[in-house]
Design a protein around this ligand. Structure first.
Ligand SMILES: *Cc1c(COP(=O)(O)O)cnc(C)c1O
Length: 324
């Protein structure tokens, strides 16, 4: 397991490479649930998501020889963008493999950062097969999006910032896909506040970690298009880190419909005046849907903002009347 000291070491390693993001109190959500609700504004992180924390820590942990070989990753978009950004700062080569499900705006941003792009197949598994091929063929160093100690420790730095900003936190709502974010935050928060509850939030359409936790081992689920595109993809049948950490550290996992996720995006825009992508909005959505029992101060993470802006406009317009 990743420990608090791993996470503190990651924080020192990535200081100056990421921005420590603000935590603000949401008046409307506080009124709605009857306890203080705080938003961790991580969608304002450089590259538009928390993924820069893990990617920066992973790159900073490479040897000079590994840096010279370059890095490769499969991604639903945000990890690729973060890795491409961090690699560019170091003058390193980065190859990012993505499926056709990754939105065009995300692919374009990665291209702009100068990374090599491979679009393969229609799932994260297909993209990962291309990564494995490139590792074998070209000797690139793989930096996985979640199942990697340096990545988990990097994402865990968010947990340190959460407890520092809201020491009285009782419940943390965290996005759950491959589980790097949830494992890192849970390891940090529970080391400092063992009584705090950590709740994972996924979409109903293809929640691989939830299915795996229910089964007791990593299982494959069909990947489907969803508004929360950053939460798509499996956890890897050979998962080494995040499955066990999520099993041991998460108190519960809740799932959301596409309509509930849309309502979360609309609420973030209308009431918090924040533009977030579907994955970024699931914490808000879970509270609005009444799917989380609240019995103390809540912190929820806005994890990313890299939504196609025309799609965002559509969601806002379609949810005009419903946004409450
Ligand atoms: C990657 C991502 C997640 C999920 O993180 P995991 O570590 O895969 O669970 C959530 N939100 C956004 C915006 C992401 O990019």
């Amino acid at each position: 397991m990743i420990s608090l000291s791993d996470i503190r070491a990651a924080r020192a390693r990535i200081a100056g490479k990421i921005v420590p993001t603000q935590v603000i109190r949401s008046a409307t959500l506080t009124e709605r649930v009857g306890w203080p609700v705080h938003l961790k504004l991580e969608h304002r992180q450089t590259t538009g998501s928390f993924k820069l924390r893990g990617a920066s820590n992973a790159i900073a942990s490479l040897s000079g020889e590994e840096k010279a070989r370059g890095v490769v990753a499969a991604s639903t978009g945000n990890h690729g963008r973060a890795l491409a950004y961090a690699a560019k700062l170091e003058g390193m080569r980065a190859v990012i493999c993505m499926s056709r499900l990754v939105p065009a705006n995300k692919v374009e941003e990665i291209r702009r950062l100068g990374a090599d792009i491979r679009i393969v197949g229609s799932s994260q598994d297909d993209a990962q097969a291309e990564v494995d091929r490139l590792v074998a063929l070209e000797g690139l160093v793989m930096v996985p999006p979640f199942d990697h100690p340096a990545v988990i420790a990097g994402q865990g730095t968010l947990g340190l910032e959460i407890v520092e900003a809201v020491p009285e936190v009782a419940t943390v709502l965290v996005q759950l896909s491959g589980g790097g974010l949830a494992s890192g935050i849970a390891a940090a928060v529970k080391s400092m506040k063992p009584a705090a509850r950590i709740i994972g939030v996924s979409m109903e359409r293809g929640a691989a970690m939830k299915a795996s936790l229910d089964t007791g081992r990593p299982v494959q689920v069909e990947e489907m298009p969803t508004l929360a595109d950053s939460l798509g993809g499996g956890i890897g049948l050979d998962n080494r880190w995040t499955f066990a950490m999520c099993r041991d550290l998460l108190n519960d996992v809740v799932l959301l419909s596409e309509d509930e996720i849309a309502a979360g995006i609309a609420h973030a825009y209308r009431h918090e005046r924040e533009i977030v992508e579907g994955a970024g909005a699931v914490g808000i959505a879970a509270l609005l849907a009444g799917k989380v029992k609240v019995d103390g101060p809540v912190v929820l993470v806005l994890s990313g903002r890299n939504i196609d802006m025309d799609r965002h406009l559509d969601v806002i317009c379609e949810n005009r009347e419903r946004a409450t």
